[in-house]
Design a binder for this molecule. Structure first.
Ligand code: TXA
Ligand code: MG
Length: 336
């Protein structure tokens, strides 16, 4: 009898779509080498088709056929971070259709570490194109229930692997130029990459709150991860932030708004908002990353119309966390 995994693999081989867990967020998978599958992915997500997809592989030997060149630093990156939450941009080979790369001559490749993801990719013929399994503009899904909310009826199967471990999308590094460049920050930090391959640049649009330059990863241009409530990030000392948010909460409640706050374990008991959610202890960056999208989704389900968040710039993953939070807030940021 056909196993679930074989069934999922056959759906992909026959041009269908399957949502699957990875260690970062759930992915919406299709056959990366089939142009129609990629078009289906864009349609299911409601995503602009100039926004390229990541090709997921399950073993390193599958890399060579889809790229035209493997720069030498890639072997060191592989030894340190693959399988894992690192996506690498290569010059593509003719095997990869332009439908998958959004018209670009480069291709993004990732080998996830999640065992269900690896089995599924292998069962699907080895090359699974997958963006995050959310509708365009919604937070990336960290649980199968959020995939169901967004994509039920739009995909042929959803594999449930429980909550994802990391909760933020992979780090993207472009190795096609003279110097490697981080196009999207993530769990694998700049420092971690530099320990392995020496100096790495960061696309300036990632860090700057008010940056008007065009990001190099097309997907980073769009407003993403948007919660339904109006989200503002507040930066200052803890005392400043708490009293500012409480003042605003009073005003907002008078206007019949439902107020939510993204707080930390250290501060959560001091807010007057209708719903206060903690991302964990302030020093525990993995917990902040893990909780962020889930909290944004929960606020949506709870009908929160106004959200305030503390700022999380410190630490090695601060860049990745703030990058996602700023995008969710449409860059709505107040520094006290
Ligand atoms: O953790 C992840 O990477 C998840 C899981 C499912 O693997 N996937 C994910 O895919 O986040 P997506 O499509 O939501 O984001 C992919 C990002 C987009 O910003 C896209 O523009 C960028 O990668 N990208 C893909 N191919 C690219 C390329 N050839 N050059 C530059 N950026 C590229
Ligand atoms: Mg996405």
């Amino acid at each position: 009898m056909e196993s679930w995994m074989e069934k999922a693999g056959n759906i992909i081989k026959n041009g269908g779509l399957v949502a699957f867990p990875t260690e970062t967020v759930y992915g919406l998978g299709g056959d990366a080498l089939n142009p129609q599958s990629s078009q289906k992915i864009y349609a299911a997500k409601g995503r602009p088709s100039d926004n390229p997809l990541i090709v997921h592989i399950s073993k390193f030997e599958d890399l060579a056929p889809i790229v035209s060149e493997i720069p030498s630093c890639v072997y060191a990156l592989r030894d340190a971070f693959w399988p894992g939450p690192l996506t690498i941009i290569f010059k593509k080979s003719d095997l990869v259709p332009y439908e998958t790369t959004g018209g670009l001559d480069t291709v993004a490749v990732r080998m996830p570490v999640d065992p269900i993801a690896l089995q599924f990719i292998a069962a699907s013929g080895g090359y699974v194109a997958a963006p995050s399994a959310n509708l365009s503009g919604r937070p990336s899904p960290t649980k199968a229930q959020y995939v169901i909310q967004d994509l039920q009826g739009r995909v042929d199967m959803i594999l449930d692997g429980g909550p994802t471990e990391i909760g933020l999308e992979s780090t993207i590094v472009d190795v096609t130029g003279d110097m490697p460049v981080i196009l999207r920050p993530g769990y694998i930090t700049k420092e971690m990459l530099e320990q392995i391959i020496g100096k790495v640049d960061v696309d300036p649009t990632i860090l700057d709150v008010a940056c008007k330059e065009r990001p190099k990863a097309p997907g980073m241009r769009y407003r993403h991860y948007a919660p339904k409530g109006d989200l503002t990030i507040i930066k200052g000392t803890p005392e400043q932030v708490i009293s500012f948010i409480n003042e605003k909460t009073t005003e907002n409640k008078e206007q019949k708004e439902v107020v939510g706050v993204i707080a930390t374990d250290e501060t959560k008991d001091r807010y007057w908002a209708d719903v206060v959610k903690s991302v964990g202890e302030r020093q525990d960056e993995a917990s902040i990353a893990h909780r962020l999208y889930t909290i944004l989704r929960e606020f949506d389900d709870e009908g929160i119309t106004r959200i305030y968040s503390e700022s999380f710039e410190e630490g090695s993953m601060g860049q990745a966390i703030m990058n996602r939070l700023l995008k969710a807030a449409g860059h709505h940021y107040i520094s006290l």
